[in-house]
Design a protein around this ligand. Structure first.
Ligand code: NAP
Length: 373
């Protein structure tokens, strides 16, 4: 079987570490280079003792010279660090950026939420994203764009949970897209490995839950709107445009992540008032719409009616567990998603996209089996 060499930048962090954990047993990839920042010169075994196969690799400096020469380069760096570096990477290598630098299509949204230099949008690495519909009325998906891609932008973790939970609602025109409310319970590893004294010391975080990024300020908001705008294209008869609907201000969302005491995992609850098109739908009918929306999408499990997604069920896997319900009293539609932020929310989805880009079986190296309980 062919072995492609892989270099992982930011290999000592949480996202890079999960990429290493997945790649260590992937049949088509061999990790041959790891880079970091404060840990240069260390054996990887010091930082990733749970991946003994790669323990003898030595952490190198994160430069284009070190990273070039490998078939695949995974960038798991703080946002802003990958954009500049990527400009100097071998155009023949396949590069996946797990950070935010290449996710947004529009500079004005980057300026508003991130600031600093805007880097070119790359092929978005969420294979199941609904991007519109074809002449036969079948939904089209981002997977088609990923085949053969050389530059892939890995989605945000919260973005993945909200998008997968709620895109069927937009694609079918079932909700008021100006009144979406998303609340998320998020594990600590979503914040990365660096010490944060404000809210991430064990004494403050254990046994406690607290919101962050409130007031519409969270950086994942524009990316979610971008995705839901694409999904909404499937509900119109108009041809898809390159310009996402968020620019036209017709999708709006209140978004509140909350830190909860768990190492990994995101549970998203997304709610919106139902449109006339959804009025009269039964619980069974709404569940069937979600089931159909993910038919053939192996990693997305729409759970049996009444079974609620739980983060424990997806930890360590690239699966997303989804459920949907109607609140008949408030006339709202509720959808839920549970994912592992490090696996499905970043490294697993990245490997899935790499498999697709390189024409490998999409499931290679990945599992949809969680470690529950
Ligand atoms: N954590 C998640 O759940 C998650 C989910 C989706 C996407 N992401 C994205 O993945 C990226 C990495 O996040 P993370 O959570 O893994 O962060 P992290 O745990 O803090 O790791 C950061 C990594 O980058 C290296 N690094 C730090 N500053 C650097 C610099 N100036 N130049 C080069 N390397 C530098 C660190 O090296 P040293 O340890 O050697 O200093 C470390 O390997 C971010 O862009 C994040 O948005 C994370």
């Amino acid at each position: 079987m062919s072995q492609y060499t892989v270099a992982v930048a930011g290999a000592t962090g949480y996202a890079g570490g999960e990429a290493l954990r997945i790649l260590a047993t992937h049949p088509n990839f061999a990790v041959t280079c790891v880079t970091g920042h404060s840990s240069i010169g260390d054996r990887l075994a010091i930082h990733m003792p749970h991946i003994p196969q790669l323990g003898n690799l030595v952490v190198e400096d994160t430069t284009a010279e070190v990273l070039n020469g490998h078939d695949v380069i995974i960038l798991a760096l703080p946002h802003g660090a990958s954009g500049k570096l990527a400009e100097h990477l071998d155009p023949h290598a396949i590069v996946v950026d797990l950070g935010a630098d290449h996710r947004l299509e529009q500079q004005k949204l980057w300026d508003e939420y991130y600031g600093g230099e805007f880097f070119q949008h790359w092929t978005y690495g969420m294979p199941e994203l609904i991007t519109g519909s074809n002449a036969d009325g079948q939904v089209t998906r981002q997977r088609e764009s990923i085949v053969g891609a050389k530059r892939i932008a890995g989605p945000g973790c919260n973005v993945t949970a909200v998008t997968l939970a709620f895109q069927p609602a937009l694609a079918a025109g079932l909700v008021d897209a100006q009144a979406i409310v998303a609340n998320l319970a998020v594990g600590y590893s979503g914040a990365g490995k660096n010490l944060k004294r404000t809210n991430l010391l064990a004494a403050q975080a254990f046994g406690s839950a607290t919101p962050y990024g409130v007031g519409g300020s969270h950086r994942h908001i524009p990316e979610i709107l971008q995705n839901l705008s694409h999904a909404a294209q499937a509900s119109t008869t108009e041809p898809a445009t390159a310009e996402p609907a968020s620019i036209k201000q017709d999708i709006a969302m209140s978004f509140t992540p909350m830190l909860v005491p768990m190492a990994r995992g995101i549970l998203a609850s997304v709610v919106a008032p139902m449109t006339e098109r959804a009025a009269g739908l039964t619980d069974e009918a709404i569940h069937e719409i979600w089931t159909q929306a993910y038919e053939g999408q192996d990693f997305i499990q729409v759970l049996p009616q009444g079974v609620m997604p739980a983060t424990a069920d997806v930890i360590g896997s690239n699966a997303a567990h989804i459920q949907v319900a109607i609140d008949h009293r408030s006339h709202t539609l509720q959808a839920f998603a549970a994912i592992d932020n490090l696996n499905r929310g970043t490294a697993g989805q990245a490997v899935q996209s790499l498999n697709i880009a390189m024409n490998l079986p999409e499931m290679n190296g990945l599992t949809m089996i969680g470690v529950a309980p």
